[in-house]
Design a protein around this ligand. Structure first.
Ligand SMILES: [Zn+2]
Length: 269
């Protein structure tokens, strides 16, 4: 096979990421790994109907709309993935089984079956890696400028999964470093109107995540992965309400994190 015929994206197709508020003044850097639901033209519809491609299996409904508003309210550097998680999951190491799913929830994905090594590699090389290189470049630039960063990985979850109703409005997810997630959990709980998941409906892990383990934990940056229930942010009004809520709580959480650090430094000295 020659390299031209292996190419997944044509020159006129959209870039794999959208960047907002580059160099924004906020300490928060927001990533939206599952924000988009576009498919490369070459893949057709992956053998799925239009209605399947609008479901949560294709993307995190509402996550990009919410993050777009939040980026503007906070003036926060935000990076959105353009292409559907069904092409390749941008929150997975491409070496893991669930990187390119053949079944999502209960739906078979015909266009993901029996892929060649070259086809898998093209999806990683053209969609996953450029997105993560862009995040690395943003984090490196902030570090070089001596700017603090709290990494926010924004996701949304379906209210009903495999027939089970999920009670949480929002989940805070983490693995090795719970500091920022636990501060956000207590702030959400103090709101009085939220059922808050602590590593629910998912937990961060090295096999089930990429963004937090690699860009947050490995760099020693404070971080949290949010999962917000999709029915709350599917429409513009909900996105606006949640962006306002997060724009109010995130700076409080950042102040608490800084207080805790100062206290720790004083105790140690
Ligand atoms: Zn997600």
């Amino acid at each position: 096979m020659d390299s031209e015929s292996d190419k997944l994206l044509a020159a006129d197709e959209p870039a794999v990421f959208t960047v907002e508020r580059e160099q924004g003044n906020s300490p928060f850097l927001i990533t939206v790994d599952h924000g988009g639901r576009r498919l490369p033209r070459r893949l057709g519809k992956l053998g799925l109907s239009d209605s399947e491609l609008q479901r949560h299996i294709a993307w995190d409904i509402g996550a990009s709309g919410l993050s777009h508003r939040l980026a503007h309210v906070l003036d926060a550097w935000t990076i959105h993935q353009t292409y559907s998680r069904l092409v390749i999951d941008c929150n997975r190491d491409p070496a893991v089984e669930t990187s390119i799913v053949t079944v999502s929830e209960s739906t078979e994905i015909p266009g993901n079956k029996n892929l060649s090594a070259a086809e898998r590699k093209a999806r990683a090389d053209e969609i996953l890696w450029p997105y993560h290189r862009r995040i690395v470049a943003a984090l490196d630039a902030r570090k070089a400028a001596g700017r603090p960063t709290v990494l926010i990985a924004m996701h949304s979850f379906t209210p009903v999964f495999k027939g089970l109703q999920r009670p949480w409005h929002v989940g805070v997810l983490y693995n090795r470093d719970p500091r920022f997630a636990h501060i956000m959990k207590s702030l959400f709980e103090a709101e009085g109107d939220l059922v808050v998941g602590d590593n629910e409906p998912y937990a961060v892990g090295d096999a089930s995540d990429y963004t937090i383990p690699i860009h947050g934990e490995r760099r020693g940056l404070p971080h949290v992965e949010f999962e917000i229930r999709q029915d709350l942010i599917a429409e513009e009004a909900g996105q606006r309400a949640w962006a306002d809520r997060l724009a109010r709580l995130l700076p409080q959480a950042y102040a608490r994190l800084s207080d805790n650090r100062t206290t720790t430094a004083r105790t140690l000295s």
